[in-house]
Each structure stands twice: as C-alpha cells, then as structure tokens.
Design a protein around this ligand. Structure first.
Ligand code: HEC
Length: 454
C-alpha cells in the first residue's frame, strides 16, 4: 500500500543508526521552528485583527513585532523549516520501509502543506514592512498636500495600502490554517508511526484525523508551541541584544502580560498532555528509558513553569534567557523520548529491513556468481582494490569514471582486463593481473553491473 516503498532502498544496520540520528537532528531544528511559527501567526493575526477593529496602536505594533521576531528571518524558512522537514520525512520513509503503514503517504501531504504555509506566512510578515514604508510616504506626501498633486499622491498611496492590507489579511489567514492543518497531520502521523498495532487498521487520512492519539499528540505540540512562543517573546523583546528598542512602559507591560499568560497557560497544559500521550503509547513502544526521559521532561517542565510563574508574578524578565534555554533543553529531551519510543515501535520492522538489505547485497554478488561461477567481488578485493576504488583515483583511475566509457560492452572491457594496454598518459600502464579469460569476463560483467547501478 505504500507508494514510497518503490523509491526507498532497504537500509543496512549502520545506515539505520545514521537515519535515526538524522531524524533526531532534523526534528531538533524543525519542532522548535514550527512551535515559533505557530505562536507567531496565531498571536500576530489575532492582535492584528483586534487592533484594526479597535483602532488600537499597541495591538498593531505587537502584531508586527511578534511575527518579525518569532519567524526569525526569511532564510530561516529553508534552514529550519523546509530542509529539516524534508530530511525528517525521508528518514521516516526509510525507517518505515515495508511497514505497511500509510503514515508516510500522509506525512508527505503534511510536508507539502508546511512548505506552502511558510510561503504565505512570510508574505504576511513582509506586508508589515511595506505598510510601514507606505505610512512614511504618506507623511511626506501629506506635508505638501496643499497643492493638488499632493492630495492625489496621498490618495494613490491609500489605495495601494488597502490592497496591501487585503493581501496581508488573506495571507495571514491562509498561512495560519495551512500551518495548523499541516501540524495536526504531522503530529498525527508521527503518533501513528509509533503505534505498530494500528498500522494494519488505519488506512485512510480520516482515521488519522479522528483519533484520540492524534488529538493528544497535537495538543502536546500546541502547548509546547505556547511555551516556546511565550518564552521566545519575552526573550526577544527583553533580553536578546538588549531587547527591543523604543518600548514605552505601557507597551512593555502589555507584552509581558500577554507573553507571560500564554507561557503560563501552556506551561500548565504541557505536563498534562505529556502524561496523557504517554498513557496512549502502545506497550511495544514503551521501555524503561522512554519512561525515564518522560520523567526528565516532566521535571524540566515543572522547573520552567516555576520560572514563568515568578516572572509573571514579579513582572521580572531578568531570567528570560535562562527560561528560553530551558525550554529548548526540554524540547530536546522530549524529541529524544519520542524517537526512542519510535525506535522501539519499529524494532521488528528494522530487523525485517536489515534482512532485506542483506539479501539485496547478496543478490548483486550472486548474480555474477551464478552466471559465471566466479566470485568477482573476491577477486576485486584480492587483486584490484590495491590500485582501484570506485569513486576516487588510487594508482589507477576510479571505476566510476573508467567503466562507463565501455558503454556496457562486457567483451571489450574483459579484453582490457585480460590484457591491459596503455591508455591514458596521465597514468602508468596497468600491470597484467594474470586472470583467466573466464575471470576477466566475470570481472567485466560485475564492474558494468555495479557501476551501472549507481
Ligand atoms: C598495480 C596497480 C593496478 C592493479 C593491481 C590493477 N590496476 Fe587497473 N589500472 C591501473 C592503472 C595504472 C590504470 C590506468 C592505465 C592506463 O590508463 O593506461 C588502470 C586502468 C584500469 C581500467 C580502466 C581502463 C580504461 O579503459 O581506462 C580498468 C577497467 C581496470 N584498470 C581494471 C582493473 C581490474 C579489474 C583489476 C584487478 C583484476 C585491476 N585493474 C588491477 C592499475 C592497476
């Protein structure tokens, strides 16, 4: 049922180890980023709307500052969003090879939605800049509005501004809901990937959407997003590079209050969600280390909660950096915990993949053995590998370069190997290796097979 099975090569044990690390690293970049993006869009669009409606300058400024700070920079999208989510996806695809779960196909959908959402959100972000520039322009045009030309200019700017605002509202809304949907599906498929008992029975996207497991997994992500965004706002506004410039008392009290409340509320929800999703973890995915990591995450979240509480209570942001770092440590342990559970879940599947990988290796070797009765790989190791590698020059040229010249002509290559002639002035001549005709033939066939497969 899995279309990606066709595209994926079965991985050997070392390779699987590597994939697991790759997955953890990708998620370490991606999950915090998504949390900040969720916070940025939801908080910003909310205050943008409210600010417009009530004509409140404070809200409007907050909407702008939040999205600008929390989405970092335009290039963060590639480095922290698109690339990590793609590599996490490919790691999942390889690790779930042969698992007969639809997780991967549905996850592909989430990846596409994420990437589209990023485009809209960064467009939303850039409209704030354009609006700022337009306001300055209006100021200039207003000054000499005594003449008719000035009035016309202002009129034009106002018209353009209206279209910018329309774009802003639209891209903000689309970006927000795309991101929400993508995160929901992503959280749901990650939860499904860790539940092998459900792989057989869950076979359409609706079953993923309407499952308690997805709901809890998503709620855990949302509460994490609240904690990250709340503490990120406090960090960026009050601590990073000395904090935001030109904040008056009213604005800074407002920011502290909003960010503090978001962080506090989600700081209460997160430990609950953590416990619930642990209870929902199937027995095969549980293990003592998953439990210990869960406890560590729980403890860190309580410590963080304490920080947040005293920060809100005393309106004191001096520990903003410490809190922000703590939240990242929490996220790191949480991701490792989830990936351990996932590792347990796919344990059987990994054994299966390793078997297939071994067979795959043997197949290449046997094919030449069966047709020629000669073990070409053994000859290569004994007689050729001192001077040749496939990918780099040793004494002789790399096979990846030399062999394609023969265009699959086994006969011609076999003649060369049987009796090498001087070919390339850049190399010394190759000494005759004294192979039998049959062996040279097998070598030629094996080389062409192997190089052709790369
Ligand atoms: C002592 C080092 C040495 C050993 C051992 C050796 N080769 Fe070479 N091989 C060379 C050198 C040097 C060249 C480049 C010769 C030239 O360009 O004239 C070469 C070239 C080749 C080429 C490329 C020919 C071309 O058309 O450019 C092939 C194929 C090849 N070797 C296969 C083999 C095989 C198969 C074995 C083992 C049975 C082997 N070699 C063992 C040194 C070696």
């Amino acid at each position: 049922m899995n279309i990606f099975d066709e595209l994926v090569i079965p991985a050997s044990p070392n390779h699987i180890m590597l994939l697991k690390y790759m997955l953890i690293i990708s998620l370490l970049l991606f999950i915090p980023y998504i949390c900040m993006m969720l916070g940025a869009t939801f908080i910003s669009t909310y205050y943008n709307k409210k600010g417009k409606k009530e004509g409140n300058k404070l809200y409007l400024r907050f909407a702008k500052d939040v999205v600008e700070k929390l989405t970092i920079t335009k290039s963060a999208e590639l480095a922290l969003g698109t690339i990590p989510v793609l590599s996490a996806f490919f790691a999942y695809a390889q690790l779930l090879y042969t698992s007969k779960t639809i997780s991967i196909s549905i996850m592909a959908l989430a990846v596409v939605l994420f990437i589209t959402a990023f485009v809209f959100i960064y467009r939303y972000r850039s409209t704030f800049k354009i609006e700022g520039i337009l306001n300055t322009l209006k100021g200039f045009a207003d000054k000499d509005s005594a003449d008719k030309q000035g009035e016309e200019n202002v009129q034009q700017i106002v018209e353009f501004e209206e279209s910018v605002i329309a774009t802003k509202t639209l891209s903000g809304t689309i970006g927000k809901y795309l991101l929400l949907t993508a995160s929901y599906i992503f959280a749901g498929t990650m939860a499904l990937a860790s539940s092998p008992d459900k792989w057989g029975s869950v076979n359409n996207i609706l079953q993923i959407i309407f499952s308690w497991q997805s709901i809890f997994s998503f709620s855990a992500l949302l509460s994490l997003a609240g904690m990250v965004s709340g503490s990120a706002i406090i960090f960026y506004f009050f601590s990073w590079n000395g904090g935001l410039k030109d904040m008056d008392d009213e604005y800074s009290a407002f920011v502290k209050n909003v960010a503090g409340r978001i962080a506090m509320l989600s700081g209460i929800l997160f430990p609950l969600m953590l416990l619930i999703s642990y209870v929902y973890l199937p027995a095969v995915s549980q293990s003592p280390s998953v439990f210990y990591y869960m406890v560590i995450v729980l403890v860190i979240s309580l410590v963080a909660g304490n920080y947040i509480y005293s920060m809100v209570k005393n309106s004191d942001t001096s520990s903003a950096t410490a809190l922000f770092v703590l939240i990242f440590v929490l996220m790191m342990f949480n991701i490792i915990k989830d990936q351990m559970a996932f590792g347990n879940a796919i344990h059987e599947n990994t054994i299966e993949i390793n078997k297939i990988a071994e067979e795959h290796e043997k197949e290449v070797k046997n094919k030449t053995m069966q047709t020629t009765g000669v073990d070409a790989e053994a000859i290569f190791k004994q007689k050729c590998s001192a001077c040749h590698k496939f990918d780099v020059k040793v004494v002789g040229p790399p096979y990846d370069q030399a062999v394609p010249k023969y265009n699959g002509d086994v006969q011609k290559l076999s003649e060369y190997i049987f009796n090498p002639q001087k070919i390339d002035a850049a190399y010394p001549p190759m000494p005759n290796q004294g192979l039998k005709k049959k062996e040279a033939n097998a070598m030629a066939k094996w080389l062409i097979d192997k190089v052709g497969k790369k």
